[in-house]
Write a protein that binds this ligand. Structure first.
Ligand code: NAP
Length: 406
């Protein structure tokens, strides 16, 4: 089911709740003395401040807060007990089931995203959970009990207030949906808008077995390209082959530069580059004539004070000129006009069973599965140790029926 049809379904359900029939909000208000707008928590007053399963929303909750700016997540972030927030008119109150971990969680905690943002501030970019409260305007598109996935700040909390326009109804609270919101969307839109992929071209994906890399591999294959993917273990290389990667390079066992020189002497046409530093330099040197290198990130520099991995910038102009090649930057928030189409298209692929959304919930991690907000710290370490296979997801709370008092 597409996102738009999912949203339409949720609208229909919301109207049913409001009017007991199929009337729109404006129909309901016509001829009625309009009182000033106010926010409400739950449209069913009989269960005011109660979620759809009948278990009370507590008055307080846990959330992660950035209390000082640092690229070292544990130094920057504290687990606090705070009041459960109240949604505004256009907002949802979501009880988070799962939240996604991103490499840039430490860029955010270091204040690199928005330098005007001063601590304390919330963190976490994405979540999946149940709507347990909502404002009046938000009720036009969503309803209590609905499961939503969202890309919005403040996800590292038991409950998050989410603007309704940033939430998408999903069939169930599966962690797989979290792989699409940032990681999948980045790969989809970056390759579509900046990749200019043509069938038969060669695409190099770095950090290929991670959250976003896995999607870049699959979308490049769907475009009929030959895909080379880098990773750090044989297990990850096996996974890459299973999702269609033609040449998985475990750089801990093989020299990436040598592989590229020997096996791809004409160079690679497109690079989906997430590592930076020496890998960026290598990728520039490996570009074919007319090649396009998309800067997705430079994770090898994020843990440093500057946040940037040094590259050989001085020789870049001549290298690009000699090959009529280009280096292009991509930052997802600048491409939100493409977001809905990307999500809809990926949801269709998921429904058809043609897109692998690999999730790493920490089952293979030393201290076990990532459960509870406190395990976000372990999950960030897991990512920076390069131990993840697929998108890292933390389970914040058990399924609602498990905690329901009914
Ligand atoms: N531009 C955007 O809008 C956007 C959006 C999303 C993500 N990104 C970028 O995409 C990249 C991947 O992010 P993600 O959240 O999806 O993480 P991820 O790929 O799930 O995990 C990061 C992977 O990078 C490799 N890695 C970790 N630390 C490294 C280091 N210090 N040096 C070299 N490689 C390291 C590891 O893979 P191996 O050990 O297998 O190499 C690790 O599994 C990051 O650069 C991130 O900033 C950008």
């Amino acid at each position: 089911m597409s996102v738009s049809s999912l949203l339409r379904t949720s609208c229909r359900r919301a109207f049913g709740v409001i009017g007991g029939g199929r009337r729109s909000v404006s129909d309901l208000l016509s001829g009625v003395h309009v009182v000033p707008r106010r926010s409400i928590i739950d449209l069913s007053y009989s269960t005011h401040f109660m979620d759809f399963k009948g278990s009370s929303i507590p008055s307080s909750m846990q959330k992660l807060t950035v209390t000082r700016l640092s690229q070292h997540f544990k130094e920057a972030v504290c687990l606090n007990t705070v009041p459960v927030p109240t949604p505004g008119d256009g907002d949802l109150l979501v009880r988070n089931r799962f939240v996604g971990i991103n490499a840039s969680d430490i860029n955010y905690s270091a204040g690199r995203y928005d330098p005007s943002l001063k601590p304390p501030f919330d963190c976490g970019f994405e979540g999946v959970g149940e709507v347990v409260g909502l404002g009046l305007s938000a009720s036009a598109r969503h309803t209590i009990g609905e499961t939503v996935a969202y890309f919005s700040d403040g996800a590292f909390a038991e409950y998050t207030v989410v603007p309704a326009k940033k939430a998408m109804a999903v069939p169930s609270a599966k962690p797989e949906f979290l792989t699409l919101l940032v990681s999948g969307a980045t790969a989809y839109i970056a390759l579509k808008r900046l990749g200019e992929l043509t069938e038969g071209e060669t695409v190099l994906v770095t950090a290929a077995a991670g959250g976003t890399g896995q999607f870049a591999v699959q979308f490049a294959k769907r475009a009929g390209c030959h895909v080379v993917g880098t990773c750090s273990t044989d297990e990850k290389a096996g996974f890459l082959k299973s999702i269609g990667c033609d040449r998985a390079v475990n750089y801990a066992a093989e020299d990436l530069g040598q592989v590229l020189r020997q096996e791809y002497p004409k160079g690679v046409d497109v690079v989906y580059e997430s590592v930076g530093g020496g890998v960026f330099d290598l990728a520039v040197n490996s570009l074919a004539t007319g090649g396009r290198l998309i800067v997705i990130g430079f994770i090898s520099g994020y843990q440093s004070a500057s946040g940037v991995a040094t590259v050989k910038g001085g020789t870049l102009p001549i290298k690009l000129l000699q090959k009529s090649a280009s280096v292009r930057g991509f930052f997802l928030p600048h491409f939100l006009r493409d977001y809905q189409e990307a999500l809809g298209s990926m949801m269709q692929m998921v429904a058809q069973g043609t897109l692998v959304c690999e999730v790493d919930c920490g089952d293979q991690a030393q201290e076990g599965r990532f459960v509870g907000l406190e395990s976000v710290f372990r999950a960030v370490d897991h990512l920076y140790a390069g131990k993840n296979l697929g998108k890292i997801v933390v389970e914040v709370a058990p399924a609602p029926f498990a905690s329901s008092k009914l």
